[in-house]
Design a protein around this ligand. Structure first.
Ligand code: G4P
Length: 294
């Protein structure tokens, strides 16, 4: 299978993002904790440039806690701070606020010495579709001290949500386009629902997911779909799961498409288990350094 994806309006999106970037101090980049590498838009670095950036691994409630620890060490080894969030429950929000203050401390200290009047730290959220931007913003907004109205000098319609006296967030997120040059990344994005189901064969994608899970997380599919033997090819796993779930066509054949939709849906909703589909890739030097860390 070959998933092809040609996102339109890339130039326009880039321009919009750059415009909003000029209004903020820190960019908060939301990634999916289950696929931290695949959910990253590779062009974000060239868009954000030197603007301070904070990484939030969202949906961490559905990720594998052991692999999340590995990702945290990996980001740390690169000098990057990462926050694990659950935007539905609001986990990670306090950490976010604290870390933003740490990041901006020096700049605000310098401003103060120059006699500049205090102003809140301004942030914006960016991420690919479905990573949880709206949920994250809504959750913060609910807890926010106030929603500030339009401000002079800010494009009409833009609202700032005041998180506390020191931090304001732009209420419109920057939507990045998912991008991939390899099929593994494409599949990870398809599994998690970051790319639209219309552009690929749902049954094929679910079969690939089933096979991946049976290898990487033995026992989970068996438990969820009451399978006796999980050690099968993807399509066979779909058939077995379909039979157990009563996904049968009028002629008696298994309705593969139906069970495919069910499985993808359950995976995306975290019902199959706490699963992370990719691990950080350490270079040999990084690994040695990490092992020698006191
Ligand atoms: P977006 O703005 O980046 O496009 O994403 P959005 O907030 O719409 O979130 C996409 C889906 O992910 C939503 O599910 C939302 O509830 C879920 N979600 C967001 N953050 C988290 C999180 O931290 N943990 C968990 N478990 N789920 C999260 P949905 O309403 O079912 O939408 P859909 O997937 O059916 O479109």
């Amino acid at each position: 299978m070959n998933i092809q994806w040609f996102p339109g309006h890339m130039a326009k999106t880039r321009r919009l993002l750059t415009e909003n970037l000029n209004l903020v101090d820190v960019v908060v980049e939301l990634l999916d904790a289950r696929i931290p590498a695949s959910s990253k838009n590779p062009e974000i670095d060239s868009i954000v440039k030197n603007k301070p950036r904070l990484i939030v691994l969202n949906k961490s409630d559905m990720a594998d806690p052991e692999i999340s620890k590995d990702w945290a060490s990996w980001y740390k080894s690169k000098g990057m701070h990462v926050i694990f969030a659950d935007s539905i429950k609001g986990k990670g929000m306090n950490q976010l606020k604290n870390q933003l203050k740490v990041m901006m401390k020096d700049k605000f200290e310098r401003d103060k010495q120059k006699g500049r009047i205090f102003r809140p730290i301004r942030i914006m959220i960016v991420g690919i579709p479905n990573v949880g931007k709206s949920t994250f913003i809504n959750n913060i907004a609910k807890r926010a001290v106030t929603q500030t109205g339009d401000k002079p000098g800010v494009t009409k319609g833009k609202q700032w949500i005041r998180l506390n006296p020191e931090i304001e967030m732009l209420d419109t997120p920057g939507i990045l386009w998912p991008k991939f040059n390899d099929q593994n990344t494409a599949l990870n994005l398809a599994f998690t629902g970051a790319i639209n189901d219309d552009i690929y064969d749902v049954t094929e994608v679910a079969a690939q997911l089933a096979e991946r899970l049976s290898k990487d997380y033995p026992g989970l599919l068996a438990e969820r779909y009451k399978l006796e033997d999980e050690n099968r090819k993807g399509y066979r796993l779909l058939e077995l799961a379909g039979a157990k779930r009563g996904c049968i066509l009028p002629g008696g054949e298994i309705d593969l498409r139906r069970i495919a939709v069910v499985m993808l849906d359950e995976f995306r909703g975290g019902k199959i288990g706490d699963i992370t589909l990719e691990r950080p890739i350490w270079t040999e030097v990084e690994q040695k350094h990490e092992e020698n860390r006191p």
